[in-house]
Write a protein that binds this ligand. Structure first.
Ligand code: GUN
Length: 296
C-alpha cells in the first residue's frame, strides 16, 4: 500500500525559527532594535499554561525581549484593559498576545480589540481580520499561517485546488479560509452542522481539519492523494490507567494509507504556530520601526 508523505512540521518550524533568529541579530546589529513580545494569561488553565510558557521560552531562544504576565483568574476586564493599554504605549513591546480562552465573564472581543492593531501578533483584532479578508497587508493568525506554509511546502502553488476547511473558529477556520482564497483555491468551509460531511471532505484536494474532535475524519473520507493538514490537538486516554496521548482530528493510521501527504500529531502544525508567532513579532517590530523586513 502506498503511504502518504509525512509533512515534518518540526523541521519546518526549526527553519523558520532560525530565520527569525538571524533577522533578530541583524535588527540588533544594524538598527539597535530588539523585538519584544508580551504574552498574557488570565487564570490557570493548564493547557494555556503550557502554551504561554513555550511562547515565552522560544521568544527568549530567538534572543528577543520576552514579557510574561500571569494574571489571577479573578482579574477584572477593566484591569486587563488597563494592562493592555500600558503595553500599547510601551515601545519595548512590539507584539501583544492574550492567550485564549479567557474566563467567561471577560468579553473576548473587547479585550482583543483593545490591543493596538500594529501589535496584534495573533491577528485577531477586527482591523487585522478585515485587512486579511479584503486582501490587504495584515498580521495573520499564527496557526493558519503555519498551515499555509506547510501546504506551500507540500504542493508549491495552490492555485485551482479544491480546499476544504473543517471548522469555522475565529482562530483557525475562518482565517484559514481567507488565506486559501487568497491562494486561488476553491474553498469550502464545513463544520458540525454540515450535511453529509464525509461526501464534502471526499471532494477536497486539500483538507485542513480544525474541528476539535479526536480522530473524527476517517480514512475513507479522504480523496486518494489529497494533502491533509491536521490542526487537532486532542488528549485521549489509552488503556485503563491514567495514561493519555495526543491525537489529531484525523484518524492518522487510516488517513496515511490514502492521503498523498499528511501532517502528524504531534510534530505537525503544533510547532509551526509558535514559529509563526515569532515571525509575526519580528514583522510587527520592523513595521513599527520603519525598517524593511530583512531578507536572508
Ligand atoms: N488559544 C488557542 N490558540 C491560540 C492562539 O493562537 N492565540 C491565542 N492568543 N490563544 C490561543
Amino acid at each position: 500500500m502506498d503511504m502518504a508523505r509525512i509533512i515534518d512540521g518540526k523541521a519546518l518550524a526549526a527553519g523558520i525559527r532560525e530565520k527569525v533568529a538571524r533577522r533578530v541579530a541583524l535588527l540588533k546589529a544594524e538598527h539597535g532594535v530588539t523585538p519584544g513580545l508580551a504574552v498574557m494569561q488570565v487564570g490557570d488553565d493548564p493547557a494555556s499554561r503550557v502554551y504561554t510558557r513555550n511562547k515565552a521560552k522560544q521568544t527568549v531562544e530567538a534572543e528577543m525581549a520576552s514579557f510574561k504576565f500571569d494574571l489571577a483568574a479573578e482579574t477584572t476586564q477593566k484591569d486587563l484593559l488597563r494592562k493592555i493599554s500600558e503595553l500599547n504605549e510601551d515601545s519595548r513591546v512590539n507584539g501583544i498576545l492574550v492567550q485564549l480562552p479567557l474566563p467567561d465573564r471577560i468579553e473576548e472581543h473587547a479585550v482583543i480589540n483593545a490591543i493596538d492593531p500594529a501589535k496584534d501578533v495573533d491577528g485577531f483584532h477586527t482591523i487585522n481580520t478585515g485587512l486579511l479578508a479584503t486582501g490587504q497587508d495584515a498580521l495573520v493568525p499564527c496557526t493558519p499561517l503555519g498551515c499555509l506554509m506547510m501546504l506551500r511546502d507540500a504542493l508549491g502553488d495552490l492555485g485551482g485546488q479544491k480546499a476544504l476547511v473543517l471548522g469555522r473558529s475565529n482562530i483557525v477556520g475562518k482565517p484559514m479560509a481567507m488565506l486559501l482564497i487568497k491562494e486561488n483555491c476553491t474553498v469550502t468551509v464545513a463544520h458540525s452542522r454540515t450535511r453529509d460531511l464525509a461526501a464534502e471532505v471526499r471532494q477536497a484536494d486539500v483538507l485542513v481539519a480544525a474541528a476539535g474532535r479526536p480522530r473524527m475524519v476517517k480514512g475513507d473520507w479522504i480523496k486518494p492523494g489529497a494533502t491533509v493538514i491536521d490542526v487537532g490537538i486532542n488528549r485521549v486516554p489509552i488503556g485503563e490507567d491514567e495514561k493519555t496521548r495526543l491525537v489529531g482530528d484525523v484518524d492518522f493510521d487510516e488517513a496515511v494509507t490514502v492521503a498523498g501527504a499528511i501532517t502528524p500529531v504531534p510534530g505537525g502544525v503544533g510547532p509551526m504556530t509558535i514559529a509563526c508567532l515569532l515571525h509575526n513579532t519580528v514583522a510587527a517590530c520592523c513595521r513599527q520601526s520603519g525598517i524593511d523586513l530583512p531578507e536572508d
